[in-house]
Design a protein around this ligand. Sequence first.
Ligand code: IVH
Length: 679
Amino acid sequence: MNREQAKAKIEKLSKELEEHNYRYYVQDEPSISDFQFDKLLEELIQLEKEYPELLSSQSPSQRVGGTITKEFKTVRHKYPMLSLGNTYNEEELRDFDERIRKTISDAFEYICELKYDGVSISLTYVKGELVQAVTRGDGEKGDDITANVKTIRSIPLRLRGKGFPDEFEMRGEIFMPKQVFLNINEAIRKQLAEDGFSEEEIFEKILKNPRNATSGTLKQQDSKAVAARRLDCYLYAMLGEQLPFTKHYENLMEAKKWGFRVSPHMEKHSSLKDVLKYLDRWDKERHDLEVETDGVVLKVNSYDHQRVLGFTAKSPRWAIAYKYKAAQAATELLAITYQVGRTGAITPVANLKPVFLAGTTVKRASLHNADIIEKLGLHENDTVLVEKGGEIIPKIVGIVLEKRKRSAATVQYIVECPECKTKLIRRPEEAAHYCPNYLGCPPQIVGNMVHFVSRRAMDIDSMGGETIEALYSAGLLKSFADIYDLKAEDMLKLERMGEKTVENLIKGIEASKQIPFERVLYALGIRHIGETTARKLAFSFRNIDTMMSSTAEGFLEVGDIGEVIANSLAEYFADARNSEIIRRLRKSGLKFELSEEALANTSEKLKGLTFVVSGTFTKFSRDDLKKAIETNGGKVSGSVSGKTSFIVAGDNMGPEKLKKAEKLGVKIITEDDLSKMIA
Ligand code: IVH
């Protein structure tokens, strides 16, 4: 293919991809499969790689991301981005309507729209191409997040049709669809649970609500990370000097033809009565939408009327937001059950009389810990108020005291483990209660075994949760150390264990003996020891014996290991039953020291030095750099302090870190300098 042909092909592919994008994301009527789409996109990306000079900044290939923005440029808005006045009840809405009728004497229309709960964005199009996407910021100036916004598939990079002004702005709300939010949280939750975090700690770490998640995503420096998050956008305003119509609604209908995903929930109404009907209807139906909404926006349609009405200091007089109350329902508390996690953390769960709320039936709500129950002052069989805010996970927010029976007793938190009757403990620094019987409490034993064989640990994939349950019930497995003593003839006696299954199990178990030390360490399931910490420990202690003879202070010497982890390790190794498990696993042939190969790549060159790695790098990933420091005996720390020896700085190092480094006189080096230090 010559250059001319390549150019034609790129144009053709771009057109096709744009068309499919539009059909899929805007019209919701895809005409090719995702697979076919990806094939075309791949072809385009390949061609653009071969002919980089033919790459346009509006190419559909921009959707996959990969642009790193070091610092978002601040841009002044051509038209300020105002906020809206809020109303919370019908009364205030009537006042708004009256004020308008006093000013506007002729007939006028309201446009009713939903108020989407996301992040507002201003998109500038010049000659039909998206040239800039800016956040609201303080309303006057915002951040230029164009590269990130280009990854949002429903936002057109090039417009379709004709008749659009040479230059104009579209404004709308970027949001994370509820299902995307739930899926991401589920994945985070699964990973954290596997790493042994308690329900409580997981709750602290997961995304709080779709709006927060959207705003966090849009601030990412790497647009690939944004592309992965599947954000979406509804557009709800057009601004410019040469708009096709003099009315809001009509312009938006026109914008649809140009390929914009205009809010589909807009309606035109002339009377307040009809507006109120719209409010009522959507208070119920909004829960079925893919996007989180928190109210309705009412706008006067005609720009002439808007001009007459004008603005207050902060918001237009021609528009108002009506905020819905967070969906709440009253229902009876039937019982509190207590779940025991793999690490023994207890999670109290309220079992409720099923009640329909915001689109789903709520039967349970997490109570998190004893403090929350106490703060609520929960009594048995109380009628409780459940709320679903932006959080999606239902929450008990209050109690209907009038409904409490005189005889009702206060809820008493359990003192014994519901599964094994061991007395629960509560560490002073933690909110959760724990069952300390981790070697004798069934859900903990099974949970620990499931973790032990999991993919990132010992990777015995022939041994799933069900098999473990079966082997445990049959008495063949009492702890994961027993896995290596399993005999084919015993397993064959169990129901649903055929020859092939058993053969695979034995093979998988045998193969797992080759898993390197750092993963064996992770597999042990020591509380708070995730994959990264396990790696650090393995490279810093080299074998299990030095770890077993270390004190808590010794563990604190390893970079990024704090008291919680150090104490957890010391406690673990102080327990003779754990030493026994390790002894048995070692006898079975598992690896309890770093391999020759891993050792060959390690040195003591950076011994005694502490590094902070900050910014984005070109040759290595940040993780690679950290690993390289650790495998060469250095420590990596997250924050700059008097102890920091060097900062390995990439592009766009955090300004706070830089300031602190300068103040403390810490040496700043590049990734190349580091390479030389360990070469
Ligand atoms: S119009 C001057 N329409 O609500 C009018 N805003 O408090 C500007 N929002 O910053 C906004 N849905 O982020 C408008 N259909 C809608 C909206 C909407 C959500 C957000 C937007 C804005 C905030 C105003």
